[in-house]
Design a protein. Structure first.
Length: 212
């Protein structure tokens, strides 16, 4: 099963991708995580996108698509994958089709901007392994410490209020049109995001025809 998770920044795509990976035994491919890893490693790609990401703007399509195409060709994607954070534009969606990357389901997590802004102020990310937490919805066992690797949890620069608003504006302008694109292909499923993580997860499983 090849699927895409759509939704505004902070809608909960990353959390749901982790749950789906555990349930379906297919990898979640987060372009955001891959780009942040490149930034931590100080690679050429990392240096190229660091400023763009900190401003909340979009990384160029050719860079994103090269990363995704290379990743879905890996052996662990043979039984399927979950794309989180790509495609973000109509051009990217069309380019995925042109490259022959088949998509079975597109799940859009629906949530109001005001709720997202509130959520993102509580988001924390591990500085070592990139695991995501939220101080209310998904807190770590020990405050400020990652459950997985015991790394320090930090607030990302792109979770700052002004950056969050910019990212929401970009989403509405460039990404929301993808709902029409995939609805026309009979692949779009809408799921309410303003509910508990577990309830949203159960809704997603039902939407893609999986046993709860």
């Amino acid at each position: 099963m090849n699927m895409i998770l759509l939704g505004a920044p902070g809608a909960g795509k990353g959390t749901q991708a982790e749950l789906l990976t555990a349930k379906l035994s297919i990898p979640a491919i987060s372009t955001g995580n891959m780009l942040r890893e490149a930034m931590r490693n100080g690679s050429e790609l990392g240096q190229k996108v660091k400023k763009i990401m900190e401003e909340g703007s979009l990384v160029p399509d050719d860079v994103i698509l090269d990363i995704v195409a290379d990743r879905v060709a890996q052996p662990d994607c043979e039984k399927g994958f979950i794309l989180d954070g790509v495609p973000r534009t109509l051009a990217q969606a069309e380019a995925l089709e042109a490259r022959g990357i088949k998509i079975d389901h597109v799940v859009s997590i629906e949530i109001d901007d005001a709720v997202i802004a509130s959520r993102m102020t509580g988001r924390r990310v591990c500085g070592k392994c990139g695991a995501s937490y939220h101080i209310v919805a998904n807190p770590p066992k020990t405050e400020g410490i990652c459950d997985a690797c015991q790394g320090e949890l930090v607030i990302r620069k792109d979770d700052a209020p002004e950056t969050v608003q910019h990212r929401l504006d970009v989403y509405h302008e460039l990404t929301e049109v993808l709902k029409d694109f995939y609805a026309a292909r009979g692949k779009l499923r809408l799921v309410e995001g303003n509910q508990s993580i577990e309830n949203a997860f159960q809704e997603i499983l039902k939407a893609i025809g999986e046993n709860v």
